[in-house]
Write a protein that binds this ligand. Structure first.
Ligand SMILES: CC(C)(COP(=O)(O)OP(=O)(O)OC[C@H]1O[C@@H](n2cnc3c(N)ncnc32)[C@H](O)[C@@H]1OP(=O)(O)O)[C@@H](O)C(=O)NCCC(=O)NCCS
Length: 165
């Protein structure tokens, strides 16, 4: 697949189209923070290797892939954003903002769609500065669901308690 370059900077940072091989790295990164990161593989399978479709980005610094972002059309008027990630070694130096800006600019100049994202709480202020409005909050539980015992008989549900791991 042709990996189109969207933007490049004098310090060696490049934002280009994500290939399937790049996606494997992005999925590995994102798996630590999001259980559905493998969805990207499905989306790229549907997209196909040769498709000239915008919305899938990686940031490369001097040839090394160090950032990811997707923001692609999912319905008339609506795009979906996710997989926003910068390698720990390069955080807080503006590279996340750059790849986000490229995604936003491509969306604005191609579809003009409204963009929906789901984001961690700590990024809410940043996202509001970028023009997003908060629509809902999600509570994520971790732990294991206990099996009901024979004497319970009162809840009507198998979910009785969630323990922290
Ligand atoms: C979130 C992440 C992609 C930001 O990348 P980055 O290169 O460090 O970000 P930048 O230096 O370009 O900063 C971009 C903006 O995010 C803010 N920001 C960066 N990290 C932040 C954090 N941990 N908490 C709150 N704000 C943060 C910056 O202040 C900046 O705000 P501004 O543009 O309004 O000035 C990076 O910290 C990361 O990969 N985190 C782990 C994965 C993750 O949480 N992804 C988002 C899931 S919703």
């Amino acid at each position: 697949m042709k990996s189109r370059v969207y933007r490049q900077w004098d310090d060696g940072f490049v934002v280009r189209r994500m290939t399937r091989q790049d996606a494997e790295k992005a999925i590995l990164w994102y798996t630590s923070i999001c259980a559905t990161s493998v969805d990207l593989q499905v989306v790229l399978d549907v997209r196909g290797d040769d498709a000239d479709i915008d919305g899938f980005y990686v940031g490369e610094l001097n040839g090394e892939v160090i950032a990811s972002k997707i923001e692609f059309v999912v319905a008339d008027g609506l795009s979906y954003g996710s997989m926003f990630y910068v390698d720990e070694r390069y955080r807080n130096s503006g590279l996340g903002r750059r790849i986000n800006d490229v995604a936003r600019d491509v969306t604005e100049s191609t579809s003009g769609n409204t963009v929906g994202i789901d984001a961690h709480d700590e990024l809410e202020a940043v996202n509001m500065r970028r023009g997003y409005k908060t629509a809902f909050a999600v509570t994520q539980f971790t732990g294991k669901v206990l099996q009901p015992d024979d004497t319970a008989g009162n809840s009507g549900s198998a979910i009785r308690e969630v323990n922290d791991l």
